[in-house]
Write a protein that binds this ligand. Structure first.
Ligand code: SAH
Length: 228
């Protein structure tokens, strides 16, 4: 039987990154996020320490700290760092985000950032190979407060409701009704809405009333029905 021996020094070096994936490169990205108006220090600290290059194929790793969305296969993209930071700070500022549902795990990058900011995170993805890869990455990073589900985000996760916070990282043309009813009292949802003309929406629940506030223009892949 063959045993695979991993050199701990090499593994640590890969996680920390060198050159275009180094800590200094990450610091520059955080400076850009601050210049774009991101203010929450907790979010900036997590963005500073989270190795985004580990969420990309090696051929793209050198571009990990550009403020751009990048391809992750299956026609999907890893969200732009500004978007990840902005949505995270909006969620933290809008409700007591103790138990949070994320729709659209993708690479797991946004998941890993959120998991370091809230106590309990549940994440759903419709493309199973993406979900499996994201789960492996987070487990390797030692992130264990996340529950994963291969499922359709239009339906939410009825067995686990209510959620203090819901973050959606793909855009439906309208807010999915099932999702907003899974919010807890006082809970909030951050979701991009629209087809060509997308914008980020903040929804807050008060009893049976859902107040909606437009935040800013957005550019996400569409939220799609059905599983792969
Ligand atoms: N936040 C992710 C990027 C998300 S891209 C990251 O940081 O990498 C949007 C993701 O939403 C894609 O992975 C896509 O497959 C997923 N998605 C689209 N429609 C969905 C649905 N109905 N249910 C669950 N996931 C969905």
């Amino acid at each position: 039987m063959r045993h695979v021996v991993t050199d701990p020094k090499r593994t640590a070096a890969k996680r920390q990154g060198i050159g275009m994936t180094s800590q200094r490169t990450r610091e520059r990205l955080v400076d850009q996020l601050i210049a774009l108006g991101v203010q929450d220090v907790r979010v900036l600290d997590v963005m500073r320490s989270t190795p985004r290059h580990l969420f990309l194929d090696e051929a793209l790793a050198h571009r990990a700290y550009e403020d751009k969305s990048l391809p992750i296969g299956h026609n999907q993209t890893l969200s732009r760092p500004y978007t990840v930071a902005r949505m995270s700070e909006l969620l933290l500022a809008s409700c007591a985000a103790k138990k949070v549902l994320e729709i659209g795990t993708g690479s797991g990058y946004q998941t890993s950032v959120l998991a370091q900011l809230v106590p309990r995170l549940l994440t759903m993805e419709r493309i199973e190979p993406l979900l499996d890869r994201a789960r492996d990455r987070l487990q390797q990073m030692g992130i264990h407060n996340v529950v994963y589900k291969h499922g359709d985000g239009y339906e939410g996760w009825p067995a686990r409701e209510p959620f203090d916070g819901i973050m959606v990282t793909a855009a439906p043309s309208q807010v999915p009704q099932a999702l907003q009813w899974q919010l807890a009292e006082g809970g909030c949802m951050i979701i991009p809405v629209g087809n060509d003309d997308q914008y980020l929406l903040k929804i807050t629940r008060s009893g049976n009333h859902f107040s909606k506030q437009k935040i800013e223009a957005a550019n996400f892949v569409p939220l799609v029905n059905g599983l792969i």
